[in-house]
Design a protein around this ligand. Structure first.
Ligand code: TPP
Ligand code: MG
Length: 558
């Protein structure tokens, strides 16, 4: 096409929108800014191919995009404005980094001609994002858009997936360039080396107490199924890494629980007892390794580590067998392998028994036994439910007492970002409009990004948000009571009326104060067809599912 002056080509704004289409983007999550009007205009032309989700806060937009990336394995895309917008978005880049989620964040940039004057909203994104992004680039020439955008998408999914930031300078978006679109580079997945599987099977043949730990990102349904088939057929107990429930059927007799922050002591003990760890897809990071205490760093415990990024293997722990491979390619390669006669039936049962013991609901003071209520909820949840979680002590209740079954998904911030749960639920509901989405969030996290419920209504998404209200930043209060018993400092909260809050958006609100109220409240919330809040009034004394405040003070000697 030619412009009014007769020049050929497309504007930078149009090329950017077309590059998103060429690289498979179906949704973009954005807060608009005058720094990218031309891209917004390009998206107008692509409105039948890309859903532009208008958000209320850049952190919310990036969390929605990250949830989209976690669910689909393709980069979630967020677009924010320069300076303040980019600063708000930074938390989502950190989530995508620590969670290894493919993400592309586009940031409007000042005109190149004003660089280094500290002009209005100027930030050097290469320096600003470099410690938390996998790659940061800036596009200053419209003709480079197809190449750099395609590379951004490629980098986000390659090796260990992660966030890529692309700054798009302002005047470049108006320039014309006659260049063709470029789509993703097709690359065959990295397969395990020929000797990898025989050596793994040989090690398994000598083992007596194997334990698998599944983690990481970009698992396909086929890969998950193949991995599960191999582990179950060989009778291997399976733990998941921090907030990676959903990689393995939690209802299976082989499920051992999650090795994360606040992992069950029974599972931690079993992981120590194990004589062969199969760490597949996960980093051996701080949560999984229980603060780098679970395994020695020098390699005394045999570990098989399968990871798509070679640099992650041996990064902290020396392992006996390192395999650089795409997780799905590895799963398909190992699927049919069998040890001659697994001799660890009793071990597997003991690991499972430890999980089952901890999932038994204890008795709690008062009319609400949240453990029992969650188990009743689990029984009525749709088979395709997507769970999202925020960060906080409330999250240990569903983790301990519920199970994510095959066909369900679980999205949680492994970097512990509060404010993730609600926008992740909205991003998930927009990505998969037909599926039931249930979010768990505390009263603290709910007010960090709860305003994104406006986005849910604007785009017709109907997640169900379970707000566990204890009137405080309970996690920090727990640490406080352990360290400085009785000296409550900065952790109490005053909350809004959550029912009126959701009703003010046009949604459905419920309050739950007793065990038997949760399931009917959930049913009414589902039937409403609208985004809903179920406020669960938690006994503030019950600061964890294992201890009351009085227990913590007693243990601290107060
Ligand atoms: C963005 C962010 N800010 C602060 C923290 C530190 N932090 C961790 S848990 C927590 C309290 C969470 O409170 P709430 O959401 O009410 O859940 P609760 O622990 O009470 O169940 C805080 C402040 C964090 N993890 N993330
Ligand atoms: Mg709280």
């Amino acid at each position: 096409m030619a412009d009014a002056a007769g020049r050929e080509g497309r504007t930078g704004g149009q090329l950017l929108a077309d590059a998103l289409v060429a690289n498979g983007a179906t949704h973009v999550f954005a807060v608009p800014g005058e720094s990218y009007l031309d891209l917004l205009d390009g998206l107008y032309n692509q409105r039948n191919r890309i859903q532009l989700v208008t958000c209320r806060f850049e952190a919310g937009a990036v969390h929605m995009a990250e949830a989209h990336g976690k669910l689909t394995g393709r980069p979630g895309v967020a677009i924010v404005t320069r300076g303040p917008g980019a600063c708000h978005a930074a938390i989502g880049v950190h989530v995508a980094q620590q969670d290894s989620t493919p993400l592309v964040l586009l940031v409007g940039q000042i005109p190149v001609s004003e660089t280094d004057r500290e002009s209005f909203q100027e930030v050097d994104y290469r320096r600003f994002f470099s410690p938390i992004a996998k790659w940061v680039t800036q596009i200053d020439e419209a003709a480079r858009i197809p190449e750099l955008m395609a590379h951004a998408f490629d980098v986000a999914v390659s090796g260990r997936p992660g966030p890529v930031v692309v700054a798009i300078s302002e005047e470049m978006q108006k320039h014309l360039a006659a260049v063709p679109d470029i789509g993703p580079q097709r690359v065959l997945p990295a397969h395990p080396a020929p000797e990898a599987i025989p050596r793994l099977m040989e090690m398994l043949g000598r083992a007596e107490r194997p334990l698998a730990i599944l983690g990481g990102s970009r698992w396909s349904a086929e890969g998950r199924a193949a991995m599960g088939a191999f582990l179950v057929a060989n009778d291997i107990p399976v733990a998941v890494a921090f907030r990676r429930q959903g990689l393995f059927d939690g209802t299976s007799a082989h499920y051992a629980g999650d090795l994360g922050v606040g992992a069950d002591a029974g599972l931690v003990a079993k992981a120590k007892e194990s004589d062969l760890i199969l760490a597949i897809g996960t980093r051996l990071g701080e949560p999984v390794s229980q603060g780098y205490t679970l395994f020695d760093l020098a390699g005394a415990k045999p570990i098989v580590h399968v990871h798509p990024e070679q640099a992650e293997i041996g990064r902290v722990h020396r392992v006996a067998l390192g395999v650089t491979a795409d997780v799905n390619a590895f799963a398909l390669a190992v699927r049919g392998q069998r040890v001659a006669a697994p001799r660890w039936g009793a071990w597997r049962q003991a690991v499972r028994a430890a999980r089952e013991t901890q999932a038994v609901a204890p008795r709690y003071e008062g009319p609400l036994n949240f453990a029992v209520a969650l188990q009743q909820l689990e029984a009525v949840l749709p088979a395709d439910t997507i769970f999202t979680t925020d960060a906080g002590n409330f999250a240990t209740w569903p983790t301990r007492f519920m199970h994510v079954a095959e066909g369900q998904d679980f999205l949680g911030p492994t970097n512990g970002a509060m404010g993730y749960g609600v926008p992740a639920a909205i991003g998930a509901a927009i990505t998969h409009p037909g599926r039931c989405v249930v979010c768990f969030v505390g009263d603290g996290g709910a007010l960090m990004t709860g305003q994104e419920l406006a986005t849910a209504f604007h785009h017709g998404a109907a997640p169900i948000i379970v707000v566990v209200n204890n009137g405080m930043y309970g996690t920090i209060r727990m640490y406080q009571e352990r360290t400085y018993p009785g000296r409550v400092s900065g952790t109490a909260l005053t909350n809004p009326d959550f029912v009126r809050f959701i009703e003010s958006f046009g949604g459905h609100g419920e309050v739950v104060t007793a065990t038997e109220e949760l399931v009917p409240a959930f049913r009414r919330a589902r039937a409403s067809g609208k985004a809903a809040i179920i406020e669960v009034r938690m006994n503030p004394e019950q600061v964890t599912n294992r201890a009351t405040i009085a227990d913590l003070r007693k243990a601290a000697g107060a």
